[in-house]
Design a protein around this ligand. Structure first.
Ligand code: ATP
Length: 363
């Protein structure tokens, strides 16, 4: 169990050893996780890894076979959903088609407040989600993005302490999705509502979350800030799920260097054991304008060049590293040199601070 899954400071919401089985299949396998007050946390992982199952346990829509859920240290594992103080938004907007926008939003308010005060609250919520004046419309008159804004307003109507989001942006087209993502992030910070969002989209999770929980096979692989997850993935699974990765088989030379073929590379730390695997992101490989003898600098033959908009992708065959092929992403305008062409030999640097070495069995 990763050490960082439990926070020592009293969390807002925590799950402790949560397990859910469906027959012989374990959908959630002893998951422990803690959310700080006001934090935006994303559950990220491939289809079927247990994200929705975890969210449903927290919402009380399904009960665990084992483990506990606490809200501000109070055990809520068996508390009915209506008593848990959360708002929820699903991928399908799930609005009542026969009710107006105002009535959809006010639905959860009844019978807690009087009707006259609902009007004002609904207006406030519609302003908040960027749909002022839409009270009398019906869901069928709204676009997908607008319906999801209404669903969000409905989830926030009672000012819940916790906002649960299950792939709320997945059904929207790319442009609308990115806009709503940014607005959701801004709104969440403004309201300070502790938020847990399920997504399978790594770019979305990295962009929106304060912390990302990467799940695989009903377990947590890693919990960390987007930068930690991306830069220092805890496993090969995490590294590949959140971005593109190069892997190089290496041998340990000492605590701060390894050998790959004929080269010695420096890095911040090398695990014990004779063999290890180096990890480097494509955009971290530097193609240099001219040769200079410097640490971690070597020559590589360009095997292929492909234009990728803002970046150019290169397949590189480093000299003195038989069997290694690296993918690099470079920004040609930054290089201030002639176009890169296949067959050319270029100096490259694998920056010591960006290389990570994994023990062979973990990678
Ligand atoms: P997706 O992004 O596809 O929704 P997920 O990570 O949210 O994936 P879950 O919905 O949590 O995945 O499902 C985890 C696993 O549990 C899946 O393999 C699913 O088939 C299984 N599962 C979920 N609900 C049930 C159920 N009611 N009965 C049997 N198996 C279930």
């Amino acid at each position: 169990k990763p050490a960082d899954t439990i926070l020592t400071a009293s969390p807002y919401l925590a799950v402790h050893g949560l397990t859910r089985r469906y027959g012989a299949f374990t959908a959630l396998d002893g998951v422990s996780l803690a959310l700080r007050h006001g934090e935006f946390v994303c559950l990220l992982g491939p289809s079927g890894c247990g994200k929705t199952t975890l969210l449903r346990q927290i919402a009380g829509l399904d009960l665990p076979d084992d483990g506990r859920i606490t809200l501000q240290d109070r055990d809520i594992t068996r508390l009915p959903p209506a008593k848990r103080d959360y708002g929820i938004v699903f991928q399908s907007y799930a609005l009542f088609p026969n009710l107006t926008v105002a009535d959809n939003i006010a639905y959860g308010l009844t019978p807690r407040r009087e009707r006259a005060r609902h009007r004002e609250r609904v207006r406030e919520l519609l302003d908040m989600v960027g749909l002022p004046g839409s009270e009398d419309k019906y869901p069928s008159q709204l676009s997908g993005g607008q319906q999801q804004r209404v669903a969000l307003a409905r989830a926030l109507a009672t000012s819940p302490g916790l906002l649960l989001l299950d792939e709320p942006l997945s059904a929207l087209d790319a442009r609308v999705r990115d806009k709503l993502r940014d607005e959701l992030k801004r709104l969440q910070k403004k309201l300070g509502v502790t938020t847990l969002m399920v997504t399978h989209d790594q770019a979305e999770a990295l962009a929106i979350a304060d912390r990302v929980v990467v799940m695989n096979n009903g377990r947590i692989e890693q919990v960390g800030t987007p930068a930690e997850i991306y830069r220092r993935p805890a496993s090969r699974f995490v590294a590949e799920f959140v971005g593109e990765a190069n892997w190089l088989p290496a041998r340990r030379a000492d605590a701060y260097s390894v050998t790959v073929g004929a080269h010695t590379l420096k890095l911040a730390g090398v695990p014990a054991g004779e063999a290890c695997t180096l990890f480097v992101r494509p955009e971290d490989i530097l193609v240099k304008p001219r040769w200079e003898a410097a640490p971690n600098t070597l020559l590589a033959r360009i095997a292929d060049v492909s234009f990728a908009g803002a970046m150019t992708r290169l397949q590189l065959l480093p000299e003195g590293m038989p069997g290694v092929m690296l993918i690099a992403e470079v920004c040609p305008s930054m290089l201030n040199r002639q176009p890169l062409v296949p067959g050319e030999i270029v100096p490259i640097e694998l920056p010591a601070e960006l290389l990570v070495a994994y023990p062979e069995e973990r990678a």
